[in-house]
Design a protein around this ligand. Sequence first.
Ligand code: BGC
Length: 811
Amino acid sequence: MAGTRTQADEAREAVVEAALAGLDLDAKARLLAGQDTWTLPALPGIGLKSLVMSDGPIGVRGVRWTADDPSVALPSPTALAATWDPELARRAGVLLAQEARRKGVHVLLAPTVNLHRSPLGGRHFEAYSEDPYLTGTIGAGYVNGVQSGGVGTTVKHFVANDAETERFTVNNKVSARALRELYLAPFEIIVDNARPWGIMTAYNTVNGTTMTEHHHLVNEVLRGEWGFDGYNVSDWMAARSTVAAIEGGLDAAMPGPQTVYGEALAQAVRNGQVAEAKVDDAVRNVLRLAARVGILDGAEPAVTEHPGPVDGAGLAREIARRSFVLVRNQGALPLRPNGTVALVGAAARDARVLGGGSATVFPDRIVSPLDGLTAALPDGALTYAVGADPNTELGVADKGFELRAVCRDADGNVIGTGSVPGGQIQWMGDDLPDGVTHESLHTVELTGTFTPRETGAHTFGIKGIGAFKLTVDGTTYFDDDQRPAKDDPFITFFGAPVPHARPELTAGEPVEVSLTYVVEFAEDIPMKVVAFTLSHQEPQRDADELIAEAVEAARHADTAVVVVATTDRVESEGFDRTDLTLPGRQDDLVRAVAAVNPHTVVVVNSGSPVELPWREEVAAVLLSWFPGQEGGAALADVLTGAHEPGGRLPTTWGSLADAPVTQVVPTDGELPYTEDVFIGYRAWEKEGRAPSYPFGHGLGYTEWTYESAKVEGTTVTVRVRNSGERAGHEVVQVYLAPGEPDAGRPARWLAGFAGVEAGPGETVEAVIEMPRRAFETWDETTNSWTFVKGSYEIQVSRSITDRRVTAAINV
Ligand code: BGC
């Protein structure tokens, strides 16, 4: 339990107290302020090293935005949740801890456990589920795994950071009941079951108080009621005021060096605005974390023996195939042995393996579906056609570009050079090439070559704010200022690229490319950031012609596999979506291919729901999420039938017109959560609307017969038989439905689940423990949980709508 202290905790506590006693007010205040983008300062006097933090959920980027030190890229959080397997989440965490230790990182800025309140949320791909219990159990597995490797976590973003529009300022108005039953619930489950060493407070405001100052939710609920004893770090640039933040329980203000803590905090104590005891509490929390991760002399780290080495690529592949959700299969999968396959889709060749924003990492390789199937199928069995390009806008200059950054001073002297991942520069704080300082840096030139894959008019553009000069193949196309309107201080990361040049280029013939930026530092952010992007778009071939080519290929193959995808201009941190349609002509492509090939399999490469208007016209639909670096290999595993697709939907998939909760845009700065406790399947059921695919749905390659369910107390024992012809994995789901329908409560909710494996003909038992909380509601009049007595139906199901056995209970 969260509050139970072990002997080792007591021993660490003593070291923390002694270290605290060795600090004067200025040192304490300094410790609570970021010294740069990712670290807190070392205090050698008390034997404290600098604490290093890094993003994020699917990998450990480290403190630099370069590909020099690549990171294993696991499947995105929606994919991890689709495995419905907390043990697999724990193993993901163990790998991430290994990655963190390799990169000198002490604290991972993850997991994200906000909920899928609306499918339009831009960071949907980065959160687990619309269900708080599934989110909490996957999150707890993940946190246990990371921390078992001696690395801390900051469960984020506390709380109700469920959309991106006006994310720095939005006032989310959420009832106490919805907070308790939905948005706080995953945090509470994780505190109870994984004792996280950290939490990150969100940008947004909840019911009038910004989360970095939320005394009630942080001090009273998180620490007071739940017994959280970890460290509370602000989201990056979320801390706004010295006194309110320290009173509100914020321990560290990130990033630095300019923060509301440091000197300002020491001054507030001297002025009598803040009691020094409050500062001491925050310092204790930081020192406790430092002790746990092993950077405070004299304290034994929480983990002294690290788990054995994990094969990152192997685990990434295993999680990916376990996460793929087969939502429809009319006998098209697995592929027939020795059949021919027409692979279609831009994302089949240029795989989208992760979502945009702070969750980005740079893996050392990406296995695309084309790579994966080429390796898995016999020679001559596979053809490939683009079919349609989802990139309707420019993307980061990437394929075919060999670029480096050249830094110059005001006199034009080269003062340093650096490597860049594609055309994107994102240097925060001290993350500058060797020898370069903010003072000496005047221009950054991205320079190198581009070797086109296609002949035609290539579009080049720029994302960023300031003065730029863009030259391609000796011609300067732009030499001017670019100043987009901005409402997010991270606009240079998340804004739209502006096209500036369209030279005709020839496939295979390299040309010189140069983009020079005159560095300017924004005044409204507390750290110095150099960020801009060279953007590019391939020649836009006639869309009908592309589709016709793909149709020809599909006509002659036994199976057509069409990979459709979203882009980083659709799903990313920094903005919400406005629709759920697939970009470009991808829907037309699927329909055209399906019209000529009855064995058309569509692979949906997106992190969150998209509309699939043709879903009844194709033979199979497989959701592959953002599948991480080994996605293409995992896809081949599953398509060929070497492995079963193991995923179940962690969130309801349906059309935007039917989706019950779609409001993510605040009015006058406020976003009321008017749906209260009805989000996700709770809302679809209340509205009586049928989604495309319900929560919990997912097919495998075998059949399951549910034989019986026995309930004893709160334990449900389910017997299931693998009645198909091959071994398989099943996720047995238990929903709890009140016997007396009550309009104020959902019709049913997830109360437990368990994964089982069985060979053909075998019967196995799934034992599922329903938590007490499954029977409770939050009572706003008494401000407490109420155990709701009465009759319930236990519905043992394959998805929320596919009920197999039921049992009645009275509690
Ligand atoms: C994101 C956090 C992230 C932080 C540091 C913020 O913009 O909201 O999730 O950990 O940046 O990159």
